[in-house]
Design a protein around this ligand. Structure first.
Ligand SMILES: *Cc1c(COP(=O)(O)O)cnc(C)c1O
Length: 312
């Protein structure tokens, strides 16, 4: 891969076996700790930002903007990483979700990130607003899409799969989360390249048409690696529950079980729901007792602490 990246995280992240969870689920459960990647509360966006912010710098930008909902882990991490690199960053967020100074908004506040809310459900309107803000400032802006999910960002998870393959541990199954698609696209491509025997399952926590979005991202990302690469069909399972970023009952049960058995923090928006999918498959007997099943922990603790658990 000839795309440059800047170093932002502490890679390789740890990967380890979960003895209590394995006993509970009757298969060998492992976890890849991208929640421990060394920036803020960690998370999958750091791998993407290593490519995206390198590209911004290479192209001579000194102002970046990105978007998401109020509690976006991606937005918080973009601001944290951009500021470390000396780039200005404005977060143009959807006025949706928990907008109060809670969870990730505490971190945005602490780092002095400039946050602007737009009352819309349309990301196109948000990208127009970014252009307007930049024009008013008389500057050009490097716009990072929601979740950092474009071809370049997806390469971060191709690298993650290489990292896992280099550990020498073999996995029958890998489970990851799918919220804007880049992690899923990179994980599937990376697995195809470095662990062709491994099956990747992606837990959708949003109701966007990922059967179209993920293959398109894979096509575009593979063009940066090997244009002749064959694109696998993604295995997508719906774990959205009551809706994107709305906690679900089985997601909350998964969060509690992981905390109780392994002392590891999952989140309500992404990893709790995705791990609930893994639990469901394990309990349905879809994993053999000897299988090694790897869960990609993509972070998200900030959002967990924005929730009012008295009401959940
Ligand atoms: C963004 C995010 C995801 C989803 O990754 P995508 O690449 O957007 O699909 C999963 N987990 C956490 C904690 C996230 O912040």
């Amino acid at each position: 891969m000839d795309k440059n990246k800047v170093q932002l995280g502490l890679f390789p992240t740890p990967m380890h076996y979960l003895p209590n969870m394995s006993k509970e689920l009757g298969t060998n459960v492992w976890i890849k700790r991208d929640d421990l990647c060394g920036v803020a509360l960690g998370g999958n966006k750091v791998r993407k930002l290593e490519y995206l912010l390198a590209d911004a710098k290479e192209q001579g930008y000194d102002l970046v903007m990105t978007t998401g909902q109020a509690q976006s882990n991606h937005a918080m991490l973009t601001a944290a990483c951009a500021q470390r690199l000396g780039l200005d960053c404005i977060l143009v967020l959807k006025e949706r979700g928990i907008t109060a100074r809670k969870g990730n908004q505490i971190l945005n506040y602490l780092m002095g990130a400039e946050v602007r809310f737009v009352d819309t459900d349309s990301y196109d309107e948000i990208y127009d607003e970014m252009d307007k803000i930049a024009a008013e400032m008389g500057r050009k802006v490097y716009k990072i899409p929601c979740g950092g999910s474009n071809a370049l960002g997806s390469l971060g998870y191709v690298d993650c799969m290489k990292e896992i393959a280099e550990s020498g541990q073999k996995f029958e199954h890998i489970v990851c989360t799918c919220g804007s698609g880049g992690t899923a696209a990179g994980t599937i491509l990376g697995a195809k390249l470095y662990m062709p025997e491994t099956h990747v399952m992606c837990s959708m926590v949003d109701s966007d048409p990922f059967d179209v979005i993920v293959p398109k991202l894979m096509q575009e990302a593979s063009a940066l690696i090997d244009p002749d690469m064959e694109i696998p069909v993604p295995d997508l399972v719906d774990m959205c529950g009551p809706g994107y970023s709305i906690p679900s009952e089985d997601g909350n049960e998964a969060i509690a079980l992981m905390m109780k058995l392994e002392g590891i923090v999952l989140d309500t928006c992404y990893t709790g729901k995705a791990f609930a999918g893994l639990i469901k498959r394990a309990r349905a007997g879809e994993y053999k007792p000897d299988d090694n099943v790897l869960f990609i922990h993509s972070g998200g603790a900030g959002g967990l602490f924005a929730q009012d658990w008295e009401k959940l």
